[in-house]
Design a protein around this ligand. Sequence first.
Ligand code: AMP
Ligand code: MG
Length: 298
Amino acid sequence: MKFKSADLLKHYRVDAPDRFALKSVDCGDTRAIDKDAAQSVLADDVKRLSDLQERLYAEDRWALLIVLQGMDAAGKDSVVAHVMSGVNPQGCAVHSFKAPSTEELDHNFLWRTTTRLPARGRIGIFNRSYYEDVLVVRVHRELLRRAKIPRTLISENIWQERFQDIRAFERHLARNGILVLKFFLHVSKEEQRRRLLDRLEEPAKRWKFSLDDINERKRWDDYMAAYEDMIRATSRPTGRWYVVPADHKWFTRLVVASAVIEALEGLGLAFPKVEGAALKEMHKVRAALLAKKPGKDR
Ligand code: AMP
Ligand code: MG
């Protein structure tokens, strides 16, 4: 079955954040695309991405930041592994953000991610991000106290203030040529249950299981409310959210790959042209190299 990426993406990109409701996205959605067709499209996408990344690197002007958020077992690692599989590791870096260290807590909440932003020509992937500071920290308010912020600065408005800061931060990035794409991998509670059971039952997956996953799962509804509020407050032209159905991993990968390709294609990336005097010089050097074939020299 044929499908157009643009048609696919418009269902998941949050263009009207004020009216956005999480329940409008079905976690199990696949838009009636069949898995085999999707996998062949994904294979082409991976090649296309590799080509676009080479241009991005050669042009050395733009950078791309991909933010991945989602509950445990939503498939964040699998998106990184599959979607980026064709990309040259030299032009791409993945950073995972866990509970902050003492040093990180000694800084403003945007500090630890700021130091990991992609340089021009590069793709940076944040596996979790500064958004945790309006998610896990909001669900577990006691974490705010550990964050060493002066007490007088913690008010009821703190989440709105953080949303404001994040919007300003992403606008700043956009104005500097760092494109920000954000994905919430929307897995259902039932599919998460299955995946966590898998982690417990399969010896090769047990290392991935953490008791924390179960504790966070108990706060599911609080997380969904925090996600919805965050997406509404921070989906802007300079940092769009995509809410991606995540009960079928192949479909999640397809949507993420399409969005990344569409964004990079929108930049009109091209290999820098060598012209004029520089090109003449290159022709000269080429002629000289051709003339100096080993064996001929002697
Ligand atoms: P995982 O991605 O499964 O390795 O888990 C990382 C854990 O770190 C998740 O439970 C996150 O909620 C947690 N985490 C990430 N950022 C923060 C933060 N800023 N404050 C507290 N916990 C965090
Ligand atoms: Mg986990």
